[in-house]
Design a protein around this ligand. Sequence first.
Ligand SMILES: NC(=O)C1=CN([C@@H]2O[C@H](COP(=O)(O)OP(=O)(O)OC[C@H]3O[C@@H](n4cnc5c(N)ncnc54)[C@H](OP(=O)(O)O)[C@@H]3O)[C@@H](O)[C@H]2O)C=CC1
Ligand SMILES: CC(C)(CO)C(=O)C(=O)O
Length: 299
Amino acid sequence: MKAAVIGAGAIGGYLAAILAEAGHEVVLCVRTPFDELRLEEAGETRVVEATIAAAPSDLPKPHVPADLVVVATKAQDTESARPWLEALVGPATLVLIAQNGVDHAERLDGFGVEGRIVPSIVYVAAERVSPGRIVHHSNSRLIVPAGDAGDEIARFFSGTKLNLELQPDFLTASWRKLLSNVVANPVTALTMRRMDVFQDEAVQQLGIGLLREAVAAGRAAGAKFEDDEVEATLKLYDRVNSSSGSSMLYDRLAGRPLEHEYLTGAVVRAGERHGVPTPLNRAILALVGAIEATPLRLV
Ligand SMILES: NC(=O)C1=CN([C@@H]2O[C@H](COP(=O)(O)OP(=O)(O)OC[C@H]3O[C@@H](n4cnc5c(N)ncnc54)[C@H](OP(=O)(O)O)[C@@H]3O)[C@@H](O)[C@H]2O)C=CC1
Ligand SMILES: CC(C)(CO)C(=O)C(=O)O
């Protein structure tokens, strides 16, 4: 099948490698061109078999339209992916959004995309160390809504090491993933520490406060959370390889714009809509928002 990945960064690069290994013809739609995609995993590096396109006019003819299009840019870059989507998507195309946050499909509102849009929750820890060079740290799990489109996505990845889960309650699952991001991402980006920062007791306490607010906002937005959701999220951090960071930390270190409005911002906005106070998340949103998108240096 013909697959296209828009945004060949950490997650796009990792999913592209899996799709290529499953035998699909993969085209990488890139913003910053590179010669080849290299994936490092468990200490070994391999080159991913894929064609690279730097503009929609470079797309190979058989990919227009594609069978599967994966949108793996940061959420704030989704609008800039529109020309790729216009070129790649036909009525039968599946558009898989592999991003964090809770409003995946809405990000394509007004794009006039003809294909079926499938949001996904990504449980993969990966890092783009330079254009075209990805390190996979841990985890290989993707959650999509249960249903016909989800079944089709599962077929694209069948027989691969990606653990593809079909989820009947996607809203709760996406809020659950958001819980992990509203602590790990801003805290690692603000402290410029990897996940080992959560071994610090005071940082854990801050995490608990942020999570309690996010759980209340998520419940008000319809997520059916368990009673131990806060503890379960912190346990997840223990399981993540402490040498990995977060996508927001990598962006801060590289001086790229941050995704906070789609993560912490989603909690604060849900709180506002439902009358749930979120003072700690508001404070974090203000602090992360004040970080300028410039390569790191002390000012
Ligand atoms: N990294 C991780 O471990 C995890 C990330 N996520 C989520 O996955 C999503 C992707 O994150 P991640 O892979 O880390 O991000 P990266 O920054 O590593 O990769 C994003 C890629 O998108 C490219 N891009 C941006 N705009 C365009 C465009 N218009 N056309 C083509 N390419 C474009 C960027 O290009 P350029 O090189 O020019 O910047 C970059 O290569 C985010 O929502 C993130 O929160 C979820 C779970 C874990
Ligand atoms: C931190 C992690 C791996 C999971 O919480 C993530 O989703 C991200 O880096 O954006």
